[in-house]
Each structure stands twice: as C-alpha cells, then as structure tokens.
Design a protein around this ligand. Sequence first.
Ligand code: ATP
Ligand code: MG
Length: 249
Amino acid sequence: MEKRKEEKRLKDKDLFKVVDSTIDAKTFLILQDLARKYEIEEYWGAVSSGKEARVYPAKTYNGNFYAVKIYYTTTSASKRAIERYAFSDRRFSNLKTSNTRKIISIWAKKEFKNLSIMHDNGIIVPKPIGVRENILIMEFIGDNGIRAPLLKEISKDEVSRELYDNILLQVELMVKKAGLVHGDLSEYNVMIWNNKEYIIDVSQSVTIDHENSQLLLKRDIDNINRFFESCGVEVDDSEEILKRVWIST
Ligand SMILES: Nc1ncnc2c1ncn2[C@@H]1O[C@H](COP(=O)(O)OP(=O)(O)OP(=O)(O)O)[C@@H](O)[C@H]1O
Ligand SMILES: [Mg+2]
C-alpha cells in the first residue's frame, strides 16, 4: 500500500517537467485529472506568462501537443477585467458571483465557447479541446512544444499585404459568420504557423449585439492597421474596412 502511494506520488511529480510555483493545489489536481482524460504524459514549462494566464505545452503519450492555458486564480487584475467584459455580455449576465475562482472559470468557459464558435465557422483559431474551471485545453500552435511566432515576432519582410488581407478576412468572417468581435486584436494575438494566421486570446470577444462591439471592432482594425503600417505595408482606410466587415442590420 505504502509502495503504491509512493509510486503514485512519483508519477504525479513526473507529470510536470518544470515545477511551477504559480500552480496552486486545486489547479494541480485538475491538471492531474485532465492528464488522465486527455492522455497527457507531461506538462512542460510555460511558453508564456502574462498578466492573466500562462500557457503550457502538454505532451500526450502519442507525442502530440496541446496548449494548456491556465488562468491565475488570485490576481485582482483578472477579476477586474472579467467583471468589465463578462458581465456586460448577456450570455453570461445570469452568472453574477463574487467568488474569484468561479469568475475565472466563467472566463475560461467564455474563451472556450468563443473558440468553439469561431472554429465551427471556419475561422483560423486553435481548435478547442476542453475546459475545466480555470484551465482551457486547445490545439498547440507550433512544433514539438515550441510555440509558433506571434505576428509581432516574425521578420519584417514576412509582413506582407497578403498577410494583412488574410487577417482582415478573419476579422470579417468573425463578424459575419461567427457573430463575434475579437476585442483585443493586435500583433500580440496572432500567431503565424504553416502559412496561416491563427487568431488567439479570444476570452474577451463579444457578440456583435454587445453595446461596445463596433467600438471594439474599430480598435481591432486600428491596431492591425497601425502594426502593418509601421512595417511599411500600405493599408486601407479603417472606416472603409469597418463598413466592409460590419453587417448592415
Ligand atoms: N494554442 C496555442 N499554441 C501555442 N502557443 C500559444 C497558444 N495560445 C497561446 N499561446 C502562447 O501563449 C501566449 C499567451 O496566450 P494568450 O494571448 O491567449 O493569453 P493572454 O491572456 O494574452 O496572456 P497575457 O496575459 O500574456 O497577455 C501567446 O502570446 C502565445 O505565445
Ligand atoms: Mg494575448
């Protein structure tokens, strides 16, 4: 019995290639559970750590990788952001709660739902795999646990008018097919992989009937224009783009 316990402990420890102090006990237990469910052999060290979440590669027994996004459960910053967006989104308006863990899990669920709608409508996003509490599992964009570069990170001569058009097409499909506005689009939330532009980080995306959707869309377009312009790409007028991609209702 003691031996079995010891073996189990070793196995659990082995699940993490790099121990990470930001993973609390409860999150750790869920990660163990998810490992069983999705046949994950080990979690690798984070490919990014930001204000609201960290993203980890997870290697499966058959050598595939998932991206595991873990939202911090303690930061007041995430709590504020969530209150700002989630509760003005009518899909989540009946979920008012003051419990941070619960709020974060709503946030993760929201990102999963937005990813699912986008993916189902043919927008290039990481395929959503699962969500549990503060943890979202999705397709890993990159190779062998090494993440693909962000738009921000590719060399300037790869930043072309074609890429610009392709990204704006994703924005248009998002509005017209998925009925969503990204809301935080920039060179930091697009990954370039296999000649495709993956739109990521969609937790704050809102439905087009959201009171701020047009404003957010305009900001998204302005961000993309500003980035491409700074790389010497000729861009379209943002008001023109807005007219083009918005649905006339
Ligand atoms: N599916 C994925 N595959 C590989 N890497 C990913 C994936 N999704 C996100 N990443 C990496 O993790 C980073 C953070 O992800 P994301 O933008 O979704 O979170 P965030 O909330 O913006 O976090 P931050 O607080 O750092 O801004 C991305 O910039 C990217 O480098
Ligand atoms: Mg981001």
